[in-house]
Design a protein around this ligand. Structure first.
Ligand code: AMP
Ligand code: MG
Length: 402
């Protein structure tokens, strides 16, 4: 058996960068940025008002009180999107709306709630002044021209899309979406929608793993369920390798397996059939067909998802140039005793919740590698090292949320 870290390192070291392409604003979410994004101008571009109110000179409000309000002459109205034509002089005020550029001469804004205007609306009374500069958004307080705001390799979220739009850009360069081919094998596997014969089960992996792949931007090409026929498996693998950036197969890679997946994979290129010191997912295959990476996932539905999470997800993110490819790990308190023997790193499905200021983890049910319901009840993995471990209730454990 090879250690988990060594196997993952081998897979990740083979990541080839995908080409980059322009991406419009509307499609940015989740994509991996392939350039630094900097602003060519300050945001805000000029000082502007943070409130609806009156732009005034701070010096004019000295001594304003409820007994002796300051009275200023209103010289102009400046709604957002228009520019003041006049400078505010001593004893004067300009009515201003949120976001409008500050007029010359004014150095603070008195919110409308703190003012009274007479019937003629040519005068404003101020009983309580504001601080110098108060309610003014300063030029460049958000963004400085030339500043790099989003780094190459960032996975773009909605707020990055918003900022890129604020810079006036119509799109940015991102990594192309990886095209991932997915096929299931096994004569017992039936596609949902068809009746089950004796000894048959429905295909889960082509849907769970495809969804995992889409969550890291993959465009999934479905090659269906391929029956255990060497010529058919070989032909499908060759076609997938020609059409995709990465191929995922399900089933038929374990020891003593008479499935033809192993034979087909070996025949088509350099393939490693690893026994990795991990649970679940001990048997897995990794190699190349026509220069394209191929990951042979074990057929057990939880194993295939774990191998995707731990190997394929970071591989696809690395191919897209992501700066961060592994999930964050956190520490949780185990709410139960867990005993594991030495030998394999274990990814145990766990329900994780925040309680009394800490994360708490509890196993999400039976841990058999075919038991998908405990995956459904889980929020993440408790990851236990290769050594023998005896976790007592209250002990700290490492958790990865998915
Ligand atoms: P294998 O890796 O082919 O030896 O399969 C291991 C177990 O996973 C067997 O019980 C298979 O029936 C089951 N299995 C294989 N492929 C799938 C699939 N696509 N969906 C659900 N279960 C599967
Ligand atoms: Mg099989």
């Amino acid at each position: 058996m090879i250690p988990f870290n060594e196997a993952r390192q081998k897979v990740l070291s083979e990541a080839k960068a995908l080409p980059i392409e322009p991406c419009p604003l509307s499609d940015l979410s989740g994509r991996i940025l392939a350039q630094d994004v900097a602003s060519t101008f300050d945001i805000p571009p000029r000082d502007n008002s943070a409130m609806d109110g009156f732009a005034v000179r701070h010096a004019d409000m000295a001594g304003a009180s409820s007994d002796s309000p300051v009275i200023l002459e209103i010289i102009e109205d400046v709604p957002a999107g228009t520019i003041a034509r006049r400078a505010v002089g001593a004893g004067q005020a300009t009515r201003i709306m949120t976001g409008a550029q500050m007029p010359e001469g004014a150095d603070c804004v008195v919110p409308v709630e703190l003012t009274e205007t007479g019937i003629r609306k040519t005068e404003v009374r101020i009983r309580n002044g504001v601080q110098l500069g108060e309610h003014v958004r300063k030029r460049g307080e958000d963004v400085r021209a030339g500043e790099v705001l989003i780094k190459k390799g960032t996975r773009l979220r909605p707020q990055e899309a918003g900022l890129i739009a604020s810079l006036g850009m119509t799109g940015v360069l991102v990594s192309r979406k990886p095209i991932v081919g997915m096929l299931s094998s096994g004569n017992e596997i039936v596609d949902p929608g068809n009746p089950l014969g004796p000894g048959q089960i429905y295909d889960a992996n082509r849907y769970s793993v495809a969804a995992q792949a889409r969550s890291v931007n993959a465009e999934v090409k479905d090659y269906g369920i391929v029956e255990d026929d060497l010529a058919k498996i070989t032909a499908t693998l060759e076609r997938a390798a020609a059409e995709c950036d990465l191929v995922l197969t399900s089933g038929g890679v374990s020891v003593g397996d008479y499935d033809l997946m192993k034979q087909a994979l070996s025949k088509l290129g350099e393939m490693n059939f690893w026994q990795v010191a991990q649970k679940p997912g001990k048997p897995m295959a990794f190699g190349f067909t026509n220069g394209k990476p191929v990951v042979g996932l074990p057929g057990n539905p939880v194993s295939s998802m774990v191998i995707f999470e731990q190997y394929v997800r970071p591989l696809l993110l690395k191919m897209q140039g992501a700066g961060t490819i592994l999930r964050e790990q956190l520490t949780a308190v185990s709410d139960q005793e867990i005993i594991k023997p030495a030998g394999r790193m274990e990814f145990m499905r766990a329900a994780v919740e925040w309680r009394d200021g800490r994360y708490h983890a509890r196993l999400a049910g039976p841990q058999g590698s075919g038991i998908l319901t405990s995956m459904v009840r889980a929020d993440g993995f408790v990851i236990l090292p290769e050594e023998a471990v005896h976790v007592m209730p209250g002990d700290a454990v490492t958790v990865e949320l998915f």
